[in-house]
Design a protein around this ligand. Structure first.
Ligand SMILES: Nc1nc2c(c(CN[C@H]3C=C[C@H](O)[C@@H]3O)cn2[C@@H]2O[C@H](COP(=O)(O)O)[C@@H](O)[C@H]2O)c(=O)[nH]1
Length: 498
């Protein structure tokens, strides 16, 4: 670091020591996400924003949004989104955005995690929404916090009865049901130990013939999984195959635990069988991992990505809501007193699984993607009224996921340095927290802000904010993907945050 570089850590320390720049307790809440996005963009060397393309996109995007009459109403028009303006919808949206991350797959369209619902096959984000709707149709109360909270106690009882708690090797502490928590550094780095790699196709076990790792459908050698070593916080990049071997080594112990609870999956698309009592009275079903595997069952060989961590998110949210918000999401919303930024900060402060932060140039930066999209989904679903009424909704920024940066790149608003573009084009995983990932996320947020400003320059009365721009561009990205118009693939980072 050269002499004239600002040492942000030292600056923050001096401010704290001399009470300078201390947040005014009466100031309106601010998430700092937009400020940090501008800081990242101003200091990015691998990702750039094109103002020329931003100005052009402002014309095209505003015209298309006007043509489609794009508004908060568009949210409820999606087939799978809940329509009622009630507390059940609040709970649905909270559950959805608690788990709204990492749906991309190393597998082809036929093999990737897929949910069959209402006669259609749903993948990606929509597979999550479909799985939740399917569970509710089956009478499983998957969107109620007390269900997740009570399930944690049930789970420990089930495992104690199965006598597996002591049997799980310490080499994978996150698998040990008695382990108090995921390693703290996992929350700090955002890199979580991957759940056991998906099992190989069943026929491999029957025939003993395993797919040739070099064969085209296998992930490229460089597409690795990233796992956090829970002992020293280091990041190990393990090849997919190595991870599968590890999984096979541990799987006896791990699958013993599951078998102790119920029959193993009867094969692709079949979940562990719920017992007659559970099937007859699903509303009394307990939220054990077995039941969650049933909820998130796939019609292919791939289970929902990062299953363990999704369970962890549900368990933590159930505990925090029970301990601090009377077990109610509505109470959580009311505690924010009508402030969108206040609700985002409340989520980030109270729920570690919403605390989506990173470091850039020795400064802590906040993205808070799922906390922000929760507030945005509430605002859109309730059309700015009732549980969706906020006095500062325009403080919400774009949600730094992996899909919108892809369309921003295809529209020319953002561009990548050749090594980064090459890595994305080859589909190689970028470690969570890597400078490249932080630059993509920060510059995408700032690009949407610049786009919003350019639209208001040409249409001062446009009803547009970062949320509607983001929703519109996400939907546009999915339309392009469906039409096979994808250009550069999205960047791949296995992350719990987005
Ligand atoms: N920035 C942004 N990211 C979004 C969404 C949505 C869906 N929002 C719905 C609600 C209103 C809109 O009209 C949408 O219909 C999902 N995601 C993220 O994308 C990824 C999933 O991608 P794929 O694997 O292709 O399904 C994953 O990180 C997920 O968290 C969005 O709107 N904005």
């Amino acid at each position: 670091m050269s002499d004239d570089d600002v040492d942000h850590e030292l600056l923050a320390l001096m401010r704290q020591k001399f009470g300078l720049g201390r947040a005014n307790p009466n100031a309106p809440p601010d998430t700092k996400v937009l400020e940090h996005a501008q800081f990242i963009c101003d200091n990015s060397i691998d990702v750039a924003i094109s103002m020329a393309h931003t100005k052009l996109a402002a014309i095209a995007v505003s015209e298309e949004m006007q043509k489609r009459e794009y508004s908060t109403k568009s949210w409820s028009e999606h087939e799978l989104h809940p329509k009622a303006k009630d507390e059940a919808t609040v709970n649905f949206i909270f559950t959805m955005d608690l788990l709204n991350f990492s749906f991309w797959s190393l597998r082809g369209e036929e093999e990737r995690f897929t949910v069959d619902y209402k006669g259609r096959k749903w993948t990606g984000y929509w597979s999550l929404v479909a799985a939740l709707q399917r569970a509710l149709d089956e009478g499983i109360p998957i969107t109620s916090p007390e269900f997740w909270f009570d399930g944690e106690k049930d789970e420990q009882e089930v495992r104690r009865n199965a006598g597996t708690a002591s049997g799980v090797t310490k080499s994978a502490p996150w698998k040990d049901p008695e382990a108090p928590r995921l390693p703290n550094e996992a929350f700090n780095t955002g890199v979580y130990p991957d759940p056991p790699a998906p099992r190989l196709p069943n026929e491999s076990f029957d025939t003993g013939v395993y797919p040739d790792p070099e064969s085209p459908q296998q992930p490229a050698a460089s597409e690795a999984n990233v796992t956090a070593n829970s002992h020293d916080g280091s990041i190990e990049v393990a090849d997919e195959r190595i991870l599968e071997d590890q999984h096979d080594d541990d799987s006896d112990i791990w699958s013993d635990a599951l078998e102790a609870q119920s029959e193993e999956a009867a094969g692709p698309g079949q979940s562990p069988q719920l017992n007659e009592e559970e099937l007859a009275a699903p509303q009394r079903v307990r939220c054990t991992e077995d039941v969650l595997r049933h909820v998130f069952r796939s019609s292919t060989n791939e289970e929902i990505p990062m299953f363990n961590l999704r369970v962890h998110c549900l368990r933590e949210a159930g505990r925090v809501l029970h301990d601090h918000f009377d077990g109610s999401v509505v109470t959580l919303i009311q505690d924010a007193k009508g402030s969108a930024a206040g609700l985002v900060n409340l989520l980030a402060d109270r729920f570690s699984c919403f605390k989506d932060e990173s470091n850039y140039e020795r400064k802590k930066v906040r993205f808070l993607k799922r906390a922000q999209i929760f507030v945005a989904d509430l605002w859109a679903a309730f059309e700015g009224e009732g549980y969706g009424e906020f006095n500062d909704i325009d403080k919400i920024t774009m949600f730094a996921d992996y899909r919108v940066p892809q369309i921003l790149h295809s529209l020319g608003l953002i561009s990548y340095c050749p090594p980064l573009e090459g890595r994305i084009r080859r589909g190689e995983i970028i470690e969570s927290g890597h400078s490249w990932e932080v630059q993509i996320r920060g510059c995408s947020i700032w690009a949407i802000e610049l786009l919003r400003r350019e639209i208001l320059k040409i249409q001062p009365n446009a009803k547009v904010n970062a949320i509607l721009l983001d929703f519109f561009l996400y939907d546009l990205a999915k339309e392009k993907e469906k039409a096979g118009e994808e250009t550069l693939p999205h960047h791949r980072t296995r992350s719990i945050w987005y």
